[in-house]
Design a protein around this ligand. Structure first.
Ligand SMILES: [Ca+2]
Ligand SMILES: [Ca+2]
Ligand SMILES: [Ca+2]
Ligand SMILES: [Ca+2]
Length: 282
């Protein structure tokens, strides 16, 4: 556990740091005050993973992971718990793959930012994302925030039996995607028997995603797999006057998307001022 009480701090790493929990472990970074910079460097390529050769795998900033062995030697180890908790200030977060409220292989990662106008930059499996029976969560509880998802998969997006949550409360927020590739998926989208929720509550927000987004659901296996393990992607923007520069969303609109491969796929988005939403499953 790293507990920092005051001052404007700079945290620099390449991987396995800033709230990282591996199998059986828990890693916590809690910073109580100040305008802080959290950097997991992904320019000097020394820790490349399976997802892309262009960025480091950071495994940082609220990331919980285990050892996946089903496709190699069969020795699996369930993941740990990683938490980055920042309680005040205008902060900057930047990381490569797997960071900022991200989980992998029965792991659980949380990034919680309580106050301030923050900037986030995360590459692939970032900003509330998870893969393989894991949970990734990002909470931002105040402020005018700017978030850029590089390449793909984040802002509340889960893959393969996982769950992801991205919840922003208050402020005028901006969501962009840089260098998006053909896999681009974001903003409350689910892949392969997962559950994802993106919710932005209050504020005038601007959305500029690329690819599949805003309440998208897809299951490669379809059929019975999808029926018994539903795939659900939900996007909510509640309050404010919002700009949708791309994707299916619209101010005061609601929309549904899914691939038509059988039952069990649920993709839904809504922009509304207030109210309750009731779901009925067939
Ligand atoms: Ca801070
Ligand atoms: Ca904030
Ligand atoms: Ca905000
Ligand atoms: Ca809004």
């Amino acid at each position: 556990m790293l507990l920092d009480r005051a001052g404007d701090d700079a945290y620099n790493t390449v991987y396995y740091a800033q709230g990282y929990g591996f199998s059986g472990g828990c890693g916590l970074l809690m910073d109580i005050a100040g305008d802080d910079r959290y950097i997991a460097d992904d320019t000097d390529l020394v820790h490349i993973g399976d997802e892309t050769p262009k960025h480091n795998e950071s495994d940082a900033q609220g990331y919980g992971a285990g050892r996946r062995g089903d496709h190699t030697d069969g020795h699996n180890m369930s993941g740990g718990l990683g938490i980055l908790d920042d309680l005040d200030g205008d902060d900057f977060y930047s990381a490569g793959v797997f960071a900022q409220g991200s989980g992998y292989w029965f792991g659980y990662g949380v990034l919680n930012d309580e106050r301030g106008d923050d900037r986030y930059r995360g590459v692939f499996f970032n900003l509330g994302a998870s893969a393989h029976f894991a949970i990734g969560v990002l909470f931002d509880n105040e402020g005018n925030d700017q978030s850029d998802l590089v390449m793909t998969l984040g802002f509340g997006t889960a893959h393969d039996g996982s769950a992801a949550f991205y919840i922003d409360v208050d402020g005028d927020d901006v969501y962009t995607m840089s260098a998006a590739d053909e896999r681009a998926v974001s903003l409350g989208s689910s892949l392969n028997n997962s559950f994802s929720l993106f919710a932005n509550i209050r504020g005038n927000d601007r959305y500029a995603p690329v690819g599949n987004t805003m309440g998208y659901s897809m299951a490669r296996r379809g059929g019975e797999w999808a029926q018994y393990g539903p795939t659900t992607g939900l996007f909510f923007d509640i309050g404010g006057s919002d700009e949708y520069l791309a994707g299916p969303g619209s101010e005061n609109g609601s929309w549904k998307e899914h691939h038509d491969v059988g039952r069990g796929l649920y993709g839904f988005g809504i922009d509304t001022d207030a109210g309750l939403i009731r779901f009925e499953r067939e």
